[in-house]
Structure formats: structure tokens, C-alpha cells
Ligand binder design. Structure first.
Ligand SMILES: C[S@@+](CC[C@H](N)C(=O)[O-])C[C@H]1O[C@@H](n2cnc3c(N)ncnc32)[C@H](O)[C@@H]1O
Length: 265
């Protein structure tokens, strides 16, 4: 994992060099449409406030839970006993990104949505509210964390989520076999090169031309940057959008020339 200083330097470089989506830099009509109608959509949707109220509750929850340590990404808190509010503060996607994921699902309307790494279920709720006709499959290794996520789903009365407990190494392939084709996947757990590329390969086998794959923390460590490069270079990938904290991957063969964009968000 990069130090805070290294990460800040990388972010600054990203910020100064990324396209702002206006004027030059974006020659793809698809990406232009994405920037205009999804990335820069500033509307306030009904669910935003209620989901954030649930996040606020978690941020004040002082209960201690016993957590199994799965993969990388948990470096902030080392012990196996964790206070819920610390998980809420360090592990969840901030609202800016959770809401972007909401808008992506709302705009492209994938019929099946998959999240690897439920944690306390806040981003899952955003995904579920984005398309109540879709089933949101979400996977979490820690039973104690999954129990809190289920409580979040019940509090927010979201009924279109199916949570699978267990290590992704054991649960992902059987789940993909059950789902068949996936329309959208958000990979947000086990931030190491090998598992990330492995998840990508498995997801690819269950994708269609309109599938959107999103990877979290693509610049978080040298390993994750290597994984991101490998994914970008895969022959099936026709378009990627780097938003620094997340990376979007498209495999639509209609995008005839492979293109990689870095867009300021
Ligand atoms: C960064 S958190 C997910 C945050 C969540 N997507 C959100 O935005 O609210 C990652 C979660 O993935 C789980 N995880 C990491 N590696 C895993 C693995 N190999 N199998 C199962 N769960 C894993 C961790 O227990 C943790 O709760």
C-alpha cells in the first residue's frame, strides 16, 4: 500500500492531468454521454438522504465485533476485534462514489448487479435503490460484518439484495454459475494483484457486451496499479475510464479502437 504522501502525489498528478470532460480530450461519444449524464449529474435522488442517515448511525455505533481478516484492504485497523464505527469510517465508499455507482446502475439499468465486498452494506443499498427491478448480489467474508449489513438492508427496507457469505475464493464462481450473465460488477475487496485479476477473469466469462466492471482503489498500491494495467491491456477490454479511486471497464466490441480515459471527478 502506498503511503499517504505517495498517494497524495499521485492524486495531484491525476487531478492536474485528467480530462475535465469539456473541450478537448474526450473523443468518444459514449464517454461524453457518460460524463454529461452520469458523472456530472448533480440531482438529489430520494434515497440519498435515507441511506446517509443509516451511514451516520453506523458512524456512531460503538459495538465491538470479531472480524475475520480477508485479503488486503484492512490495513487501517489491524486487530480482529473492531469497533463498528471505525469500519464505517474507514472501509465504506464515501457518498460521492457510492452515489456515482447508484447513478451508473440507474442510467445503464443492468439486470444483475454484483458487489464483491459488502462491508456494512451502505454502497449495496445505493446499488439496490438504483434499480429496484434488479437483483443485487453482494458477497462478504466476515459473518459479523454481514450481519450488520443485513440490518442496514432491513432498516432501509431494501428487498432486492442477496448476500452471500464466505471467502470470494469459494463463493464467487458458484454464484456466477447461478447468476449466469452479469450486467454490472463492483469489485471492492481483497486489493491485491493476483486475486483482482482472477476476479476480473471470472467476471469476464459471465459478461455481455454491455457489462460494466468497476474496480476499487486502482491506485492504492503498486500491486493494484499492476492489476489495473493488466486489466486495461486484456484483449477483450475496449474502453476504460480512470477516476483515480475507481476504474471503469467496458468490453463492448462496438468501441472499435481500444481507448483509455482519465477523467477528473
Ligand atoms: C472495502 S470493504 C467493502 C466496502 C463496501 N463495498 C462499501 O463501499 O460500503 C471490503 C470488504 O470485503 C471483505 N473481503 C475482503 N476480501 C475478501 C475475501 N477474499 N472474501 C470475502 N470477503 C472479503 C472484507 O471483509 C470487507 O468487509
Amino acid at each position: 500500500m502506498y503511503s499517504t504522501f505517495q498517494l497524495a502525489k499521485k492524486y495531484l498528478k491525476y487531478y492536474l492531468t485528467a480530462s475535465n470532460g469539456k473541450g478537448h480530450g474526450v473523443h468518444s461519444p459514449f464517454v461524453f454521454d457518460f460524463i454529461t449524464n452520469v458523472l456530472r449529474d448533480k440531482k438529489t435522488y430520494d434515497c440519498y438522504q435515507t441511506i446517509e442517515q443509516q451511514r451516520s448511525k453506523l458512524l456512531t455505533n460503538t459495538n465491538t465485533i470479531e472480524v475475520e481478516d480477508f485479503g488486503a484492504g484492512s490495513s487501517v485497523i489491524k486487530s480482529n476485534k473492531r469497533v463498528v464505527k471505525d469500519i464505517a469510517a474507514s472501509s465504506l465508499k464515501p457518498k460521492k462514489f457510492a452515489r456515482l455507482l447508484f447513478r451508473i446502475v440507474q442510467y445503464y439499468k443492468p439486470a444483475t448487479v454484483l458487489e464483491l465486498g459488502t462491508s456494512l452494506g451502505i454502497t449495496t443499498c445505493y446499488l439496490a435503490k438504483a434499480n429496484e427491478q434488479a437483483i443485487i448480489y453482494t458477497c462478504e467474508g466476515s459473518g459479523a460484518i454481514a450481519a450488520i449489513a443485513k440490518n442496514s438492508f432491513a432498516n432501509l427496507r431494501v428487498n432486492n439484495i442477496e448476500l452471500t457469505e464466505g471467502d470470494f475464493a469459494k463463493t464467487l464462481q458458484p454464484l456466477l454459475n447461478k447468476i449466469g450473465k452479469i450486467g454490472f460488477a463492483f469489485v471492492d475487496g481483497n486489493h491485491r494483484r493476483e486475486p483482482t485479476v482472477e476476479y476480473f477473469t471470472k467476471l469476464l466469462n459471465h459478461s455481455t457486451p454491455s457489462t460494466v466492471l468497476i474496480f476499487d482503489d486502482i491506485h492504492w498500491s503498486a500491486e493494484m496499479e499492476a492489476a489495473w494495467k493488466e486489466i486495461q491491456g486484456h484483449p477483450s477490454v475496449t474502453l476504460t475510464i480512470d477516476l483515480f479511486f475507481i476504474g471503469l471497464v467496458f468490453i463492448n466490441p462496438d468501441f472499435k479502437v481500444k481507448q483509455h480515459f482519465t477523467v477528473r471527478f
